[in-house]
Design a protein around this ligand. Structure first.
Ligand code: 13P
Length: 253
């Protein structure tokens, strides 16, 4: 059976309790749109509150520490996130790589820790504008994934990949559908190589970078695009569910 499109909102460093009403509205709309799997990753401070408020959507985190507990001031482990109600964690986002100098090796350790805690993982990858201009985008992205994807038995079942070209994030620029298909096809090849012909094709590959209700249909309808990781447009129920609606109207593949 074809998998449902997976539409994930990444609230980044946005949101106070005043935004719980948006989460509730997103959840209500998701209950009316069961053709699409909808999830939200609010900041740490709202995970438990969102988890308590919603019934349908998945709730996740935007990062975790690779360890289980211990003297790491300001950090939060996957076990603690699962306890707060998170079912998945976004890892390797370019903003964390840039702001916190995260390496592929550290990201892989975080992914293994999250899987060990029973969570799902959305593994991000994506090239800078300079890398794309130099013609090395594909080599760079596949290198990132090769080094950061967890190599554990049954990892593939709880793994999603998100391709987010850095130059498209928060800029209003999106990759062309042809570029997205080319990159996702290359990523699919790597997933089959790493996880085998049975499991490699099952891992959804999301596109992220300035996805909005008006461009969602083209991007989400493209080959090998299993959903979207949405930043700015996930902050209101109206725009986020506009994207989910577009995903739900796609013909079944
Ligand atoms: P925007 O949708 O704001 O471009 O952000 C994309 C993103 O980084 C999601 O993780």
């Amino acid at each position: 059976m074809a998998q449902r499109p997976y539409i994930v909102g990444n609230w980044k460093m946005n949101g106070t309790r005043a935004m719980l009403s948006e989460a509730r509205a997103i959840d209500r709309a998701a209950q009316r749109n069961m053709k699409v799997e909808v999830a939200l990753a609010p900041p740490y401070t709202l995970i438990h509150a969102v988890h308590r408020e919603v019934e349908q959507i998945g709730v996740g985190a935007q990062d975790c520490h690779p360890g289980e507990d211990g003297p790491h001031t300001g950090d939060v482990s996957a076990t603690m996130l699962a306890d707060a109600g998170a079912k998945f964690v976004i890892l390797g986002h370019s903003e964390r790589r840039q702001d916190h100098g995260e390496s592929n090796e550290l990201i892989r350790q975080k992914a293994e820790s999250a899987l060990a805690a029973g969570m799902r993982v959305i593994m991000c990858c994506g090239e800078s504008d300079a890398t794309r201009q130099s013609g090395k985008a594909e080599k760079f992205v596949l290198g990132q994934l090769r080094a950061s994807l967890p190599v554990m038995d049954d990892a593939s079942e709880r793994l999603t990949v998100a391709y987010e070209p850095i130059w498209a994030i928060g800029t209003g620029k999106t990759a062309t559908v042809a570029d997205v298909v080319e990159m996702h096809t290359a990523i699919r090849g790597l997933l089959v190589e790493l996880f085998g012909a049975e499991h490699g094709p099952e891992i959804r590959i999301l596109y992220g970078g300035s996805v909005k209700p008006d461009n969602a249909r083209d991007l989400l309808g493209a080959a090998e695009v299993g959903g979207a990781l949405v930043g700015g447009a996930s902050l209101t129920a109206d725009s986020f569910m506009g994207i989910a609606l577009a995903a739900g109207e796609l013909p079944e593949s």
